[in-house]
Design a protein around this ligand. Structure first.
Ligand code: ATP
Length: 503
């Protein structure tokens, strides 16, 4: 029987086994900044590599880019980040805690959604196989009442945001009776806007140095290189440019571990299309991106789309792929149809025409853009938290299992001599030497074999190869499978191909 872990255990496990450490820990840490340890960096690299492969290597018409983090400051004026990359913040006077006003409202909505889920679960139990969720949610009085509350809140919230009505937002929080989770009171300050970009300076003399921003997203590096890539790569529309890299946001509320960080990594792709075809491509990328997530073997009900009702002024369609994190469904990836907004704005601000000559149509136009934008750290958290579980075995004992997709696991195989003598370590090292050319291998000879298996289970290694006294006689080893714990005898000369076929 397997149980998914609660969130504090996920965070503790990530630290204990060298996946994720708080940054600057010996100086008491730095809020919402994290370091990836010896196993974390492997898992993160594997996820990044999987994305790169799916987006760049598997597509003829998508190429990569690695643009600098520092960019000309006017870029952020053109993109709208200087004027509008704000979050509305609110403080509770009693606890002195700061919150995002929109997140307080979203959390309130999530509680009402929970009520709907509970009603559905009760009804499903009562009606058994005859339960029709669609019919139930469209007819049950309690569910309809909850849904109406959600719709009303959404409408008021969207209205306040579109008019930048910060007093209205505060009033909504008061009317909903939202209390500070720490003090339990409604003693709220006014709502204020807070720009999320980090500013720094370039130049040796303070007075004549320029204010620069640490990029809050990687996308703008792609837009400003549109012509460079299109012309030098002789790219024909439709085509995409992808890049991965660090982004920085001075998040007001940075909790929930690596879900919301101040320094994080994004994997973004901008797909340039002919105007008028963007909604077709939007649909295409929405489906293709979900398939990538599902390719890791995580059940489909852990993912859902959240289509945006209220769109940014430049977008004509937007959706989030949400994941069921241990703290509920939250955004993992955004897919946005951004029209010609970005290229047009950069044309206007730079004075350079960012257009494409379409030989089929015989005309020039500013391409429309579909963006897919995913957080690498959030994907790490999704995969890691889903993989971690506690299992009760048939003999009543328990084990902690990190059931990572084998393709992403930091180590693919551990090589373990049963005892530290009789030539077994030497034989094991020989096997390590051959496997190492093809995959990440760990050698471990310390402690009893059972404890070594548990250690590998806890770091997600899909296979353990055990060398015992018979190995020297029959040139075969025992391969133990992480998830099933089943063991199989495999000849050494077939080991490499056996493991590769299983991976
Ligand atoms: P949120 O609403 O959670 O703040 P967002 O809508 O601002 O996210 P985008 O600007 O669309 O996010 O960024 C694209 C992706 O980058 C997100 O889906 C998320 O996976 C990731 N991301 C954004 N902000 C952070 C952060 N502070 N820490 C970690 N990942 C982030």
């Amino acid at each position: 029987m397997a149980n998914q872990m609660d969130f504090t255990k996920v965070v503790a496990h990530a630290k204990e086994y060298g996946f994720v450490f708080p940054s600057s820990e010996i100086y008491d840490g730095l809020a919402a900044v994290y370091d990836y340890g010896q196993l974390g960096v492997e898992l993160k690299n594997n996820i990044r590599q999987s994305w790169w492969r799916a987006m760049v290597q598997m597509h003829d018409n998508i190429v990569g880019l690695d643009s600098a983090i520092f960019m000309h400051p006017r870029i952020w004026k053109a993109s709208g980040h200087v004027d509008a990359f704000n979050d509305p913040l609110i403080d509770n006077r009693d606890s002195k805690k700061r919150y995002r006003a929109d997140v307080l409202i979203e959390d309130h909505i999530a509680k009402i959604e929970d009520k709907i889920e509970k009603e559905c679960a009760k009804a499903a139990k009562r009606f058994g196989d005859a339960f029709d969720r669609q019919q139930f949610v469209s007819t049950n009085a309690r569910v309809l009442e909850c849904q109406k509350q959600i719709d009303d809140i959404h409408a008021r919230y969207a209205d306040c945001m579109s008019r930048n009505d910060l007093d209205g937002l505060r009033q909504l929080i008061l009317d909903l009776g939202i209390v500070c989770p720490v003090s339990g009171t409604r003693n709220w300050t006014d709502v204020r806007q807070f720009n999320l970009m980090f500013a720094t300076r370039m130049g040796s003399v303070i007075d004549d140095s320029d204010t620069l921003y640490l990029r809050p997203e990687t996308a703008q590096g792609i837009f400003v290189n549109f012509l460079n890539v299109q012309k030098t790569g002789r790219m024909k529309i439709p085509f995409g440019i992808a890049q991965t890299g660090k982004a920085f946001r001075n998040e007001i509320v940075a909790r929930q571990f690596i879900f919301r960080m101040r320094e994080f990594e994004q994997m973004e792709m901008q797909f340039f299309v002919r105007p008028g075809t963007e909604l077709e491509w939007f649909k295409h990328w929405k489906e293709e991106r979900l398939q990538w997530h599902l390719s890791f073997g995580i059940p489909a009900d852990c993912y859902r789309y959240h289509d945006h009702e209220k769109l940014a002024h430049y977008a004509n369609a937007a959706t989030d792929i949400e994941f069921r994190f241990p703290f509920g469904f939250k955004e993992l990836e955004g897919i946005h149809s951004r029209t010609d907004f970005d290229l047009s704005r950069h044309s206007e601000f730079s004075g350079k025409k960012l257009q494409y000559f379409d030989t089929e149509l015989g005309e020039s136009y500013t391409p429309y853009v579909i963006e897919t934008s995913i957080g690498l750290d959030r994907t790490f958290l999704a995969i890691f938290s889903h993989a971690l579980r506690e299992e009760t075995l048939d003999d009543g004992s328990t084990r902690t299992l990190l059931s990572l997709p084998p393709s992403l696991a930091p180590y693919k195989v551990a090589v373990l001599p049963l005892v530290k003598k009789d030539g077994l370590p030497e034989k094991a090292q020989e096997i390590v030497g051959t496997l190492r050319r093809e995959m990440m291998v760990q050698y471990d000879e310390k402690d009893a074999i059972g404890r070594r298996y548990r250690r590998q289970d806890a770091i997600g290694t899909p296979f353990c190869v055990t060398i015992d006294s018979e190995t020297l006689a029959d040139s075969a080893v025992t391969v133990r499978h992480r998830d099933t714990m089943q063991q199989q005898r495999v000849p050494i000369d077939q080991l490499n191909s056996y493991l590769k076929s299983q991976l």
